[in-house]
Design a protein around this ligand. Structure first.
Ligand SMILES: [Mg+2]
Ligand SMILES: [Zn+2]
Length: 356
């Protein structure tokens, strides 16, 4: 079955008037699709999970329906099917499982490493904000004032959707975007930190949590040969449609008053810790979080006394933690270590590994 036909099948199953799943409410169709998709897509697991978990599982059925109706069918098709390109058989139709896929389903769980380290991306791994850098690919390397004026606090993801739509209208290509993203410099010492982590694969499970998007992050990491370091990437889904437009979606819906409406990193970190603890049968010995921004402050609040929040020196995360430690010291339990270079993080991690 061609990719095009597979996509058409998914659309038909989800929203077609004569969908064989018509007897199920739309929320349940999503759930079925997401469940079957997860089972089948081990070979593209990260992309699939970032979509199905991010956009669907973290949301209530009503929010899913909202997401569905908000996206035009064609846009939605692209979000969905660039990730989940193997359609489930409609009920009543039997599909033979290729043996390789069966093997994939039985893939071993990730090994049990004692330490878990989360990374932010913008201004943590890379020394700039990728959303700012992408504007360098726009005509005149800037955005028109009317577009900039549409930004509303807390709705940055929607604003970036408009920016990317504008750039596509102006004929900015995937390659042009790729080129500017690949050129973003790493933050000081971050490549040394990556190198250190490469030498301790038995110790650190590494996860990325970012409010940038999957296209920017994967582009940059692959360029640096660092994609394989990360077991998971939690970020906003993004992929190019047939017209060459980079479509961006929200990661999930949440109710945290501190965070932008498309992403609360505390929810992501909490859910990930709970899931991995259950899978492993015991918690991580220590959890680390390396970040810089105000949205990295929220997840640092759930770290425990054995955990470490690495906050970039004098950036918002650092300032917010210092403020919290001053005004409500009981509410911040982790150890806070400011960093100016990734080498500062390496020094601390070496100490922790030696103390173990
Ligand atoms: Mg950041
Ligand atoms: Zn939050």
């Amino acid at each position: 079955m061609s990719l095009h036909k597979r996509r058409a099948t998914w659309v038909r199953l989800l929203i077609g008037r004569r969908s064989p799943w018509a007897q199920f409410p739309i929320g349940q169709r999503f759930q079925m699709l997401s469940t079957i998709g997860r089972c089948r897509l081990n070979r593209d697991q990260e992309r699939n999970e970032s979509f199905s978990k991010g956009l669907l599982q973290g949301s209530t059925v009503n929010q899913r329906i909202h997401v569905l109706s908000a996206a035009r069918a064609r846009d939605m098709k692209d979000y969905m099917f660039n990730c989940c390109f193997l359609p489930p058989p409609p009920p009543g139709e039997v599909e033979v499982e290729p043996s390789s896929r069966r093997r994939g389903n039985m893939a071993a769980a990730p090994p049990k490493k004692p330490f878990l380290i989360f990374f932010d991306f913008d201004e943590t791994i890379v020394d700039e904000s990728s959303d700012d850098v992408v504007v360098q690919a726009a005509p005149g390397q800037q955005l028109p004032g009317w577009l900039k004026d549409t930004y509303q606090p807390g709705h940055y993801n929607e604003y970036m959707q408009r920016v990317l739509a504008y750039m596509a209208e102006k004929g900015v290509t995937e390659q042009a975007i790729r080129t500017v993203i690949e050129k973003i410099p790493a933050s000081p010492g971050i490549l040394a930190l990556f190198q250190y982590l490469r030498t301790r694969p038995q110790d650190f499970e590494i996860v990325l949590v970012s409010d940038a998007n999957m296209f920017f992050i994967e582009t940059w990491l692959r360029r640096m040969g660092a994609r394989q370091l990360f077991l998971k990437i939690f970020t906003n889904p993004a992929s190019f449609n047939e017209d060459g437009r980079l479509l961006l979606g929200p990661y999930h819906a949440h109710v945290c008053p501190r965070c932008p409406e498309n992403m609360c990193k505390q929810v992501i970190v909490r859910d990930y810790l709970a899931r991995r603890t259950q899978e492993r049968g015991h918690p991580f010995q220590r959890v680390f979080y390396v970040g810089d921004g105000a949205n990295d402050f929220c997840p640092s609040l759930i770290l425990g006394p054995r955990d470490t929040a690495f906050a970039r020196q004098d950036y918002p995360m650092h300032k917010l933690i210092v403020e919290k430690m001053t005004t409500q010291p009981d509410d911040f339990k982790a150890i806070m270590v400011p960093w100016a270079s990734g080498e500062d993080v390496v020094a601390r991690l070496k100490k922790v590994v030696a103390e173990r």
